[in-house]
Design a protein around this ligand. Structure first.
Ligand SMILES: Cc1cc2nc3c(=O)[nH]c(=O)nc-3n(C[C@H](O)[C@H](O)[C@H](O)COP(=O)(O)O)c2cc1C
Length: 203
């Protein structure tokens, strides 16, 4: 039993490059999300968040969310390829006073989903990088489609699909070449910079 757990945790890695030629059936996505619904821990058995699974059936929404996943560093922008996955899972809180419990639930459920995906030979990519330098049309479209008041209601996004270890992929809507960085970076990250004894204590 522990052997299979060991296999699953090693299989789960961060991906930002995807094979979109393979169709990820909606039923598989539903199975993973309902598994999280049934088995992931929930305070007082309430979800405390919303989860949206978005296919490419709404390319305008997917492209707007891809643009939203932009990260600024040293006057350079990087857009996170995680959002180009076969499906994009968006974790939302509509709680006006965002309490830690919303964030805790999103953390628990996103990790559950990442491992449920790995157990099925699928890959995931977390994305917390966002920049709301979007057109008004894109902002309004995201808000309308996700039924949210503000882009700030989106706490976390996660790509789910058939991961590739390539250096680039083609953005399926715009046709642009998108650089993929996660796999090469995370190979190095396997040895974390912070050693465990600096943040895990035994008494
Ligand atoms: C909550 C959360 C948010 C993250 N956000 C991003 C992100 O915005 N962009 C990114 O490239 N990676 C993001 N990551 C992925 C981490 O960089 C990645 O997990 C780390 O490099 C370790 O690699 P591994 O997941 O393959 O072990 C995020 C991870 C977590 C848990």
């Amino acid at each position: 039993m522990l052997e299979s757990w060991d296999e699953i945790i090693k299989r789960r890695r961060q991906y930002d490059c995807w094979d979109l030629s393979k169709e990820l059936p909606l039923e598989t996505v539903q199975e993973i999300l309902y598994e999280a619904h049934t088995f992931a821990a929930k305070k007082q058995n309430e979800p405390h968040m919303e989860i949206m699974a978005i296919s490419y059936d709404d390319p305008k929404l997917r492209d707007a969310l891809w643009n939203y996943s932009t990260f600024w560093e040293r006057n350079q922008t990087t857009t996170n390829g995680q959002t180009l996955a076969n499906y994009l899972i968006v974790f939302i809180t509509k709680h006006h006073h965002r309490t830690p419990i919303n964030y805790i639930h999103i953390g628990i459920h996103s990790d559950f989903i990442a491992h449920a995906a790995a157990a099925r030979g699928l890959q995931t990519g977390f994305c917390k990088c966002t920049d709301d330098d979007l057109t008004d049309d894109q902002k309004n479209y995201i808000k309308q489609q996700l039924n949210i008041d503000s882009l700030g209601n989106i706490v976390l996004m996660m790509g789910l699909g058939y991961g590739l270890e390539n250096e680039s992929m083609i953005h399926p809507i715009t046709g642009e070449i998108v650089k993929c960085v996660s796999r090469s970076e995370t190979e190095k990250d396997y040895d974390l910079e912070t050693p465990p004894d600096q943040y895990i204590k035994f008494f």
